[in-house]
Design a protein around this ligand. Structure first.
Ligand code: AMP
Ligand code: MG
Length: 412
């Protein structure tokens, strides 16, 4: 139903594009110990000051040899002239001898291959080599993994365990990271009470608080949680006044529809600016975006599934980009539909779905039978979303776009 007071429907892509263009990455940079940088976002690309590995070294326990000393067919007996464990440096290989060597130990000058222990038999101060090997066998060359001067980590990367390991492997002890984004949340609704309290007539539990703060924590954010705010203009203005100076982003649920009980728009407008959007998506049509002084404002809808989905599709990329993350697009995959969706909405739909392995071993997407925007059960049953283009029926066996929750709840 479109009446004159309502803005036209915005497509998901238009809304996302609008948001990302307005996400201002935090500027302040902190110096973190590499050990403490997990989950932080790298503020400057890092290059390696060393080669990795730093020297040509053995990939195996065995004997370093000059291949020219080996008989091409049959066995060779060589005196063992030195022993090089990992962490020690040998001397030039004497002509016609072998060096006992262990994995990771530097190759002595004069040797050009390592014969693995399994192809040899020790014989007193000598070793019998059972087969000839070509030059380069079982060698790892200096700089093979990382050459000195290579960029090892890109600015805008959210640092996972593997990034910290790589930084450490080239000797980087401290990393420049963006300061943490400050996010404030609150939840509008006179009907809301907290779990642990008695549910009175007409009341419901504030589940959005748990979903939203959980989503934020999954992405490495911690929110300043301002709790439940009643449905009146003064209370909404008061909490916004409190939140704005403390936060880079204010994130709320509910109160963004057009009823008399919805005060978000008027309250934000009193202090700053706001655009109310009706987005051509299901669930989650109403969404608000605005600004109060230096704080961005995102008003998510109230319905619990709409909160989950609109957070994942809009708030997540906005917040990550505001935190300085470059790659904010969740990966999605083509999968086969194991369902019919014959009455598509005119809006883009994000169906709660899960992959189920078939008898043939191939996984196909099934959808939860109740796709209502209040049915949180669907988000627990599912393991992802099917992104359905507007107005397009889906028949079993067709390919659909699947976004795993793991992509949406994880950092990149
Ligand atoms: P609203 O957008 O405020 O009209 O809310 C839409 C629907 O979501 C209503 O049924 C609300 O009761 C429900 N709702 C709003 N906020 C929450 C919340 N924090 N937790 C659970 N349900 C909510
Ligand atoms: Mg409400």
């Amino acid at each position: 139903m479109n009446n004159k007071n309502q803005a036209p429907l915005l497509s998901v892509d238009e809304a996302l594009d609008f948001l990302l263009r307005r996400a201002q990455p935090v500027e302040a940079v902190e110096d973190a110990l590499t050990a403490d940088a997990l989950g932080r976002v790298l503020a400057a690309s890092q290059t390696s000051r060393i080669n990795v590995p730093p020297h040509d070294n053995s990939a195996m326990d065995g004997y370093a040899v000059a291949c020219a000393d080996l008989y091409p067919a049959g066995t060779t007996r060589l005196r063992v002239s030195q022993r090089i464990p990992a962490g020690k440096v040998g001397i030039s290989l004497e002509l016609g001898t072998a060096a006992r060597i262990f994995a990771g130990a530097p190759i002595p000058p004069g040797a050009d291959a390592v014969v693995m222990q399994e192809d040899t038999t020790p014989a007193g101060d000598a070793v019998i080599i059972h087969r000839a090997v070509p030059s380069g066998t079982n060698l790892r060359y200096a700089g093979e993994d990382i050459a000195q001067g290579n960029t090892v980590l890109q600015a805008g990367t959210r640092l996972g365990p593997q990034h910290l390991g790589l930084a450490a492997s080239v000797g980087i002890a401290r990393l420049p990271v963006y300061r943490k984004l400050r996010i404030a949340t609150f939840f509008t609704g006179d009907e809301l009470v907290m779990p642990g309290e008695l549910l009175g007539p007409g009341q419901i539990y504030n589940s959005n608080r748990f979903t939203l703060n959980g989503l934020l924590r999954c992405l490495g954010f911690t929110a300043i949680d301002l709790g439940i705010v009643p449905d009146n203009l003064d209370a909404t203005i008061a909490v916004l006044k409190q939140a704005a100076p403390e936060a880079d982003v204010i994130l709320t649920s509910g109160g963004v529809s057009v009823g008399e009980e919805d005060h978000i728009k008027a309250a934000v407008e009193r202090l700053g600016t706001i655009d109310m959007w009706r987005i051509a998506m299901k669930p989650g049509k109403p969404l608000a975006f605005g600004r109060i002084d230096n704080a961005a404002f995102i008003g998510l809808p109230g319905n619990p599934v709409s909160v989950f989905v609109t957070f994942c599709i809009f708030a997540r990329p906005f917040l990550l980009r505001s935190q300085g993350v470059m790659n904010v697009t969740p990966r999605s995959y083509w999968v086969e539909a194991n369902f019919d969706w014959l009455m598509p909405d005119r809006r883009r739909e994000f169906l709660r779905a899960r992959l189920e392995p078939g008898m043939d071993g191939q996984s196909r997407a099934a959808i939860y039978p109740h796709q209502g925007s209040g049915v949180l059960t669907s988000t627990v049953w599912g393991d992802g979303l099917i992104n359905c283009p507007a107005g397009t029926p889906i028949k079993r066996g067709e390919r659909v776009r699947y976004i795993p929750f793991a992509e949406l709840l994880a950092w990149h």
